[in-house]
Design a protein around this ligand. Structure first.
Ligand code: HEM
Length: 415
């Protein structure tokens, strides 16, 4: 019998962490270095290939498709219910500002404003305590906002989404009244990137994505009119054109929610499934908690892959050949490549730089923020409910949808 490719049918989002561990191990035993998936994307997962393709230093590789909807623009145009949303919010078309921007000079201007030494998302050592305090507050606000009928049960999935939306909304400088909606809108953006949507679901996602751009536009206007200091004013001061600033805001809002919350959900699932609860108990100490957060982001990130395009047939430095066409760069898989990490499941196993946040000039500008947000959430959760257990019925009834890019888990705790 011919073995089935481990990710031919199912995506990380549909698997428990144990199944993921098993499939990633099989993936690294697969005889070929690429696989043409039924979505049309060519999957790659070897550490060196993933790093090179993310970096896209070779002109045969483009980042221009990285924010394209998975189903393609023609399907959106052919979905009648999506059209009014599209015209209301997305015409004229949003400017390219971050991941899919191919103008290197403009991109550097935007990226430096986000993540340069004094960038808006950069967290200096001095600022760290203040940032931690704000995140602890976001955790408790999100907790009180949960509509939990039974106090002995805690929906970690809902809590982590509400928390990440608050952290992201506050970082970008959106009015707090809009924060709860950020989760919905950013879910739409994530879904459009990684899921094969159609019909009503696709139309609603287009509408929600449009809202993200509309509120970002309003925030930029407000900042300019009332001279509010924040992300929008920094972009303005750096000379970034208004339309590009709006997209930089919308993309940052979209980027932070399901990436951070998915990492938290999958991390909690892993930590609490260990009968010895070794990593869970390490959360009690700030130093070891940071190590656990880094490991969670290596093994179980909320974003597992990203898109690039080979504009012509090419050979990577490893000798891997890529046909022309879109590529699915599976960096969560690369984070377990035995050629780069001798024992990836070991907390102190060492190895190369995990590729969770990308590599090269488009590397994630929210990396520090995301690391800290995951660490603070896990620590606060452990402090709130040190004896929490995973609730069985949810663990055994996984109904999460296929998603080639984003990955999370439905986690409820008995506390
Ligand atoms: C666990 C959380 C996160 C993960 C795994 C993640 C991952 C990534 C990756 C892989 C990229 C590279 C895209 C590329 O090469 O084209 C990226 C880019 C980006 N991320 Fe994150 N991210 C996370 C959180 C955040 C947060 C919290 C923010 C907002 C503050 C953010 C904002 C962005 C933006 C704006 C880009 C585009 C950068 C550019 O192209 O210059 N991310 N992220």
């Amino acid at each position: 019998m011919v073995a089935e490719f481990p990710f031919a049918e199912q995506t990380s989002n549909e698997l428990s962490f144990k199944e993921r561990d098993e499939r990633y191990e099989r993936l690294h035993d697969w005889p070929d270095p690429t696989y043409l998936h039924s979505s049309g994307l060519r999957m790659i997962w070897k550490y060196d290939d993933v790093r090179d393709v993310l970096e896209a230093a070779d002109p045969a590789l483009s980042n221009g498709n990285s924010l394209d909807p998975l189903v393609g623009f023609p399907r959106i145009a052919g979905t009648p219910r999506a059209i009014p949303h599209f015209f209301r919010h997305l015409v004229p078309l949003p400017a390219k500002a971050t991941a899919n921007l191919t103008d290197d000079t403009l991109h550097k201007q935007v990226w430096d404003t986000m993540a340069g030494p004094a960038g808006h998302f950069t967290i200096s050592r001095d600022e760290r305590p203040q940032r931690v305090e704000a995140m602890v507050e976001h955790f408790h606000h999100a907790l009180h906002g949960l509509d939990e009928g039974v106090v002995s049960r805690l929906d970690v999935t809902a809590l982590s989404i509400a928390y990440a939306a608050r952290v992201g909304g506050a970082a970008v400088g959106l009015p707090s009244a809009d924060w709860p909606q950020v989760a919905v809108w950013s879910g739409a953006q994530s879904g459009l990137l990684g899921r094969r949507m159609r019909g009503r679901e696709l139309a609603e996602a287009v509408g929600a994505l449009g809202q993200l751009f509309t509120v970002s536009g309003r925030a930029v206007e407000r900042s300019r009119r009332h001279r509010v200091t924040g992300f929008a004013s920094r972009l303005h001061d750096a000379g970034v054109p208004r339309r590009v600033a709006v997209s930089a805001m919308a993309n940052s809002l979209a980027a932070g929610v399901h990436t951070v919350s998915g990492s938290i959900q999958q991390g909690v699932q892993r930590l609490l499934s260990d009968p010895g609860r070794e990593w869970w108990d390490l959360l009690a100490d700030q130093n070891t908690a940071a190590q656990v957060a880094v490991k969670v982001l290596q093994l179980d990130p909320g974003l597992v892959a990203w898109k690039r395009r080979a504009v012509r047939p090419m050979t990577l430095r490893s000798g891997t050949e890529l046909a022309a066409g879109p590529v699915l760069v599976m960096f969560a898989a690369a984070n377990r490549d035995p050629a780069a990490f001798r024992n990836p499941l070991d907390l102190r196993g060492g190895g190369k730089l995990p590729l969770t946040f990308g590599f090269g000039k488009h590397v994630c500008p929210g990396k520090q923020l995301a690391n800290l947000a995951v660490e603070v959430f896990l620590r606060e959760l452990r402090e709130l409910a040190p004896r929490a257990r995973l609730s069985e019925e949810v663990a055994s009834a996984n109904t999460r949808k296929p998603d080639l890019l984003f990955s999370g888990a439905d986690v409820t705790l008995t506390v």
